[in-house]
Design a protein around this ligand. Structure first.
Ligand code: Q9C
Ligand code: ZN
Length: 343
């Protein structure tokens, strides 16, 4: 399997992440990328591809132009306001308040953020755009005939909606890949999200559509981030009814229970009969993940890679979460190799 990677990810590394009421070293850190590249190399998966330049016209089919404009200029506006540390919002357009984009950067940050663990820095936009370019390049490889490809995106993307950032995500790389398949002639695309956290951004982007089926296995939002989306009764709206499937699972879920949900999701994908599959690949379902609570082992990642490979669909894997940095590489590689064993 070819994989697409670039050094641009290093441009995004905030000084801190707000967690448990204090600033801690960000869980979403550049070492994650290094460990994955090292494990790919060790496994003999050395077919690395450089990204094509980002296609902004297509990114703007997934994200609002006002949101892209905000991301592209937020750091400049922040420093123009006299601030010197990473940019974080302090105020949000909560219930019963005006949903109007303010002029001041303090207001804009709250308008476009849904969570405040995620800081914006000088290099955030360039890194996020670089990540989106990886997803676009991987999609082009698969549209061009490669059976599968892996986009080593960092920062991740599945929490970002058309006009909201948070949960370490700015541009929705998986949605950008899915939209790319449609733009290049696919009639139906499935997005399978196996990250520990619900892919609220991806769900939101495709919620009213029948050409993209979204399926997510994740920690129950009653207990886990992002807390405000990901319930089982969210089945789509309008044309999209029946094309959104959530599998909220209890804290501590072990592999057999998780695998049962995956089997159900894969049966739904097979019935849907998509032309392509995008997998939002977060390996924060790992038993030793520092911010998550599922109990998957390193071998389980091989097992479920095989289950996904058995679908025998043209597939783009897009990197999402996974914060047990020492094992993030092997867990990721195990999914990709499991896929290759079966596909
Ligand atoms: N106590 C991704 O995996 N903080 N984002 C959770 C848990 C935010 C995760 C706090 C987690 C974001 C892409
Ligand atoms: Zn996650």
């Amino acid at each position: 399997m070819r994989y697409v990677r670039s050094d641009a990810h290093r441009l995004h590394f905030p000084d801190g992440e707000l967690a448990g009421g204090e600033f801690v070293r960000p869980f979403e850190c550049p070492e994650r990328w290094e460990y994955i590249v090292a494990a790919l190399d060790e496994a003999g998966m050395r077919d690395a591809v450089d990204p094509r330049p980002p296609d902004l016209r297509r990114i703007a089919q997934v994200h609002d132009t006002s949101y892209l404009e905000f991301l592209a200029t937020a750091w400049q506006q922040w420093t123009d306001a006299g601030y010197v540390h990473d940019a974080l919002p302090t105020v949000f357009p909560a219930r019963d308040m005006a949903q109007i984009e303010p002029d001041h950067i303090d207001g804009k940050l709250g308008y476009y953020a849904f969570a405040l663990e995620t800081a914006i820095t000088a290099g955030t936009w360039e890194a996020a755009l670089g990540g989106a370019a990886l997803a676009q390049t991987a999609q082009k490889l698969v549209t061009g005939g490669e059976p599968s490809a892996f986009a080593l995106c960092r920062p991740p993307g599945h929490h970002a909606s058309a006009n909201l950032y948070g949960g370490y995500c700015f541009l929705n790389n998986a949605a950008i890949a899915a939209n790319g398949f449609l733009g290049d002639g696919a009639e139906r695309v499935a997005v399978l999200d196996v990250d520990f956290h619900h892919g609220n951004g991806t769900q939101s982007i495709f919620y009213d559509r029948s050409d993209v089926m979204f399926l997510s296995l994740h920690g129950d939002p009653r207990h886990e981030f992002p807390h405000f989306l990901g319930y089982a009764d969210e089945q789509g709206v309008g044309d999209g009814v029946g094309f959104n499937h959530n599998y909220p699972l209890s804290p501590g879920t072990p592999y057999p229970v998780w695998a049962e949900a995956l089997a159900d999701a894969c049966a739904k994908i097979a019935d849907f009969g998509p032309d392509a599959l995008v997998v939002s690949l977060g390996v924060d379902t790992f038993e030793a993940d520092p911010i998550s609570s599922f109990k998957l082992t390193t071998d389980d990642f091989s097992r479920y890679g095989q289950t996904i490979g058995e679908l025998r669909l043209p597939t783009v894997y897009v990197m999402e979460g996974g914060y047990a940095v020492e094992e993030i590489g092997i867990n990721t590689v195990n999914v990709l190799q499991g896929h290759l064993d079966m596909a």
